[in-house]
Design a protein around this ligand. Sequence first.
Ligand SMILES: Nc1ncnc2c1ncn2[C@@H]1O[C@H](COP(=O)(O)OP(=O)(O)OP(=O)(O)O)[C@@H](O)[C@H]1O
Length: 247
Amino acid sequence: MTIMFNKNPLSPPDGEPRNERVRFHGLNAGYPGRPVLHQLSAGVPALAVTALVGPNGSGKSTLLGVLAGVIAATSGQVRYAEGPPPAFVPQRGAVGDTLPLTARQTVEMGRWGERGLWRWPTRQDRTVVDSAMERLGVAHLGARQLGELSGGQRQRVLIAQGLAQQSDLLLLDEPTTGLDPEARERITALLTALVADGTTIVQATHDLEAARSADTCLLLSDGRLVADGPPAEVLSPQSLSRIWQPT
Ligand SMILES: Nc1ncnc2c1ncn2[C@@H]1O[C@H](COP(=O)(O)OP(=O)(O)OP(=O)(O)O)[C@@H](O)[C@H]1O
């Protein structure tokens, strides 16, 4: 696969000008002996929330992993507009809620890429961590064990870890799944505020309410892109019943 960085906002091949943070084309990816994504082509608009939606196993996390650079595509291209590498926040379960980590230590892990694992945190690292925790409303939870926090608090700690990576491109895997409506709304509002501050967000989600509040949706089914556009169009009753049809 080819990864390219562009100085200018990306334009789709048809030439229509559109400000995109990422564009992928003809993307195929998967796991050894298990192809998952098939010929995906789409763009991620800059300064917007893009929701990756689709049934279990449709390839949302795999696509997010490819965009994050943690899963190698077997073929195709991913082009990033100029900017720092993406910050990736995996699914809550992937972090291991039982690890003996405090909330603050979890957020500090977001600085490892910049600082290296074995170096002491600098004053700058501490400032970045403080500000990410304040932004997500978790500064008061710093000394608490991650496993003791509520689902919504844990999720905000993980998003703070993403912010601590100081990227303008934040990739979130299921940030609102399993949360109560109040915690979900709080996270959705935070994501909107982050976009207003200059961040581009891609979230994989099962949560149709979260997807409906995104600016744009990519609907996946069996590793193929079946719709791409505003939520009102992509998440129409017809497409939802077609994709989620019981087999
Ligand atoms: N590490 C792996 N090794 C082999 N196959 C995998 C691996 N991770 C995921 N898969 C398979 O790839 C397919 C796509 O999985 P993926 O997690 O991308 O889907 P998803 O849409 O995010 O699903 P969910 O909504 O359940 O999180 C599934 O069939 C899954 O079983």
